[in-house]
Structures are given as structure tokens and as C-alpha cells.
Design a protein around this ligand. Sequence first.
Ligand SMILES: NC(=O)c1ccc[n+]([C@@H]2O[C@H](COP(=O)([O-])OP(=O)(O)OC[C@H]3O[C@@H](n4cnc5c(N)ncnc54)[C@H](OP(=O)(O)O)[C@@H]3O)[C@@H](O)[C@H]2O)c1
Length: 226
Amino acid sequence: MRAVLITGASGSLGWSLVQYYLKNNFKVIIHCRNKSSLNSTQKNFLLNFLHRYELVYGDLTKNSTINRILIKSNKNNINILINNAAKYLNKSFLKTSIKEVKNLFDVNLLFIIKLLKVLLNKKKRELLIVNINSLAGINGGSNESIYSLTKHGLKGFFDSLEYEFSNTGISFVNIYPGAMQSKITQNRKTYENLMTTDEVAQAIYNQSYEYKSLKIKSVILSRKKY
Ligand SMILES: NC(=O)c1ccc[n+]([C@@H]2O[C@H](COP(=O)([O-])OP(=O)(O)OC[C@H]3O[C@@H](n4cnc5c(N)ncnc54)[C@H](OP(=O)(O)O)[C@@H]3O)[C@@H](O)[C@H]2O)c1
């Protein structure tokens, strides 16, 4: 059975991904911040999939969480890692504190760098790394300077790693969604027109199987019509 590890699985897109992969017969390693991250509806849904999932907890700014994720990844021989967790910040640059900047760096960049340093060191077989970036990783956005900075950082990091790991079993696909219906966007006037996380999860799932001789490096997802 193929196994996928999804970070930030209690969040809007993370939870859609968990459901999609479980329904499609994957073993799912579910990362959440803590035991109370999943609500009762989510816990009830998981009762339908006993033995098909494992939970791993922890704040992504803590090194102990990286160790726990590494142990679960190796034990389950994961085929896919989905870097989904991220911290969003919608605040003017001048009002943003350095503490907030550091927190975004820690979650959106440093955690992924630290995890891949240990995971790829040990990983001798095939692994697909799916990075949930954002259109903010290609363009800028109003009051999104620091968030956008971290997403641009991810783009540069993975565009470069792709060269370092070419001709290995490690491959990367970068997903750039536009705005989705989620906690982040719930107050927008256009909320009803935004993509749903279920639609986006399906498009991400479609990247789970590699083509023999074709590489898909980036997937940009947005509504056909607004
Ligand atoms: N929503 C959008 O419109 C949109 C658009 C483009 C791209 N994206 C990207 O899509 C991905 C998912 O976004 P989303 O909308 O689903 O966001 P979300 O609902 O806020 O989910 C984010 C997840 O990351 C977790 N997380 C954040 N900081 C953490 C930390 N320090 N330790 C452990 N877990 C932490 C959250 O856990 P807690 O709930 O415990 O905080 C949550 O499970 C992100 O990479 C985001 O940048 C979102």
C-alpha cells in the first residue's frame, strides 16, 4: 500500500487531502499540531479508516517534531510527502514585528529545510515531494509581503533542489493555488467564487503517480472564471 505524509492536516486543505488520499486507498500519516487539533467530525471520519492512518503531533518550530515525523516516515516507507502546513499573515509590512517574521520563516521555510536535510539523507528509494506553494510565491500581494517572501523562498529552494536530485529517486512537484475557500479567506467578498479545498485536493492527488518519461514541475491552480 502506498503511503503519504501530510503536514498541517487539521487545516482546510490538509483535511481535504487526508480525506482524498484515504478514500483512494493510501495509508495516510496525519501530522497535526496536537491531540486537540482534530475536531469531533474529523475524528469520526477517521473511525471509518482504522489501520489506514497514523497520527504524528507537534509544533513545526520544535526539533522534536522533526524527529517524530522522520520516525513515522521511515517506519511507513512513505512514497509521498506533502508539505502543506504554513502560517499565513495578512498585515502591512510596517506593522509586522520581527517576531512575526521569524515565526513565518520558522514554519514556512526552516521546518521544511530541517526535515528534508534528515529525510533525504536517509532516503535511498523513491520519494515524491509535493510542495503546497501559492500564487503569492509567484506574485506579490497586498499586506502579504512576509508570507509572499516565504513562498518565493520555497520556490527558489525547490527549483534548485530539483537540479541537485535529478537522476535520483527523489522528485518534486510544486503546487501554486490561488485563493481557496478557507479560514484565511473567509471574510472576502468573493468567498463563494473561490476554489474549494476539495477541488484543489483532487488536483493535487492527480499528481500522485509519476509519468515514466515526463516531469511535471509546477501546477498553477485558479478558477476558470471569476
Ligand atoms: N487558503 C488559501 O487561500 C491558500 C491559497 C494558496 C496557498 N495556500 C497554501 O495552502 C496550504 C494550506 O493552507 P490552508 O488554507 O489549509 O491553511 P490553514 O487552514 O490555516 O491550515 C494550515 C495548517 O498548518 C498548521 N500549522 C501552522 N503553523 C503550525 C505550527 N507551528 N506547528 C504545527 N502546525 C502548524 C495549522 O495547524 P493549526 O490549525 O494548529 O494552526 C493547520 O493545520 C498552505 O501552505 C497555504 O500557504 C492557501
